[in-house]
Design a protein around this ligand. Sequence first.
Ligand code: SF4
Length: 99
Amino acid sequence: MEICSIVTLFFIQSFNHSLIDLLTMIRITHHRTNCIGCGYCHEVAPYRWHMNDKDGKSDLIGASGKKEIYTMVAADDEWEDNKEAAELCPVKIIRVEKA
Ligand code: SF4
């Protein structure tokens, strides 16, 4: 096989993996009203959860919503951390599912 063909195959495979990553998304939902501000979600996924200085509850970074129910779609590589956050949450107000 020519070197040019090998390089082309490499780029096609890389592109396919990137495309699969992009197409595989997760949805995170936060029912903020019942948050007790324990900070576990922030500990395991600080890039996604922020502790709000004003009321001590957590905010789901990048989410939108109303009536204290926030949701967002994120890349699949956040699955493990946010699943752990959902499991650790003492009041079970975080839901993580495949989008
Ligand atoms: S783990 Fe649950 S209760 Fe604790 S700060 Fe996060 S959302 Fe709030």
